[in-house]
Design a protein around this ligand. Structure first.
Ligand SMILES: [Fe+2]
Ligand SMILES: [Fe+2]
Length: 219
């Protein structure tokens, strides 16, 4: 399928998509059990006691961190570049920590119902640029993390302004600082300035991120 790029990735990507379908069936099965049983919230902050705007924000954070984990999984599935693999492996570790943190902040019943979609979208947001080399990967990560920095900053500002949930503001600020580090590292590794096509791709990534957050806030 991608032989013209001398990259044999078609089988691994389709097997990953197959695994995602199994994940999707499992995910919705668990949700059905929760809806039927109305299981008590086990999250650290008991997210149902938080204001609805904050639950929506945390839902979008959790969905975003899930997407971030899968972006790096997508990169690692495709790339054979040693430096990129080191970059993606280190970032993946941080994103897994962020995701685990978010899972302590929001109960399963308040998580986005589109989690399988965020996993797939994240995977292809990492795998597609990885087909085209290191520069496209770094530009994509720079674009994603620029968006995430602003997303977390507006939450921190609102939490501090409302003088409530200051501890939560600190937690989100910690994640934001990691994302800024990821953004700056990606920018530092860029081999050359992005051309028009790559800029268009990065715009699409930012557009997709904005819309994904809007959907995840809703449900
Ligand atoms: Fe993150
Ligand atoms: Fe990140």
């Amino acid at each position: 399928m991608f032989s013209w790029l001398n990259i044999e990735i078609d089988v691994s990507i389709s097997s990953a998509a197959y695994i995602e379908w199994i994940n999707l069936v499992f995910f919705y099965s668990v949700h059905v059990v929760i809806w039927v049983a109305d299981t008590e919230n086990t999250s650290l902050l008991h997210s149902r006691k938080l204001p609805s705007w904050l639950i929506a924000e945390l839902r979008s954070d959790h969905a975003g961190e899930m997407g971030a984990v899968y972006i790096y999984k997508g990169i690692l599935r495709v790339t054979r570049d040693t430096r990129v693999r080191q970059f993606a492996t280190q970032h993946l570790k941080t994103e897994v920590k962020h995701l685990e943190l978010m899972e302590t902040l929001i109960g399963l019943e308040d998580q986005s119902i589109f989690i399988p979609l965020w996993r797939l979208a994240g995977f292809f947001t990492g795998a597609i640029p990885a087909l085209f080399g290191a520069n496209v990967i770094y530009a994509t990560i720079h674009s994603v993390e620029t968006f995430v920095d602003k997303h977390y900053q507006q939450q921190v500002d609102r939490l501090l302004n409302e003088l409530e949930h200051k501890e939560l503001a600190k937690v989100i600020e910690g994640c934001r600082q990691d994302e800024v580090q990821h953004r700056d590292e990606a920018k530092g590794f860029l081999l050359r300035s992005p051309g028009p096509l790559l800029r268009a791709w990065c715009w699409l990534v930012g557009f997709g991120s904005r819309n994904a957050v809007a959907v995840a806030r809703w449900r």
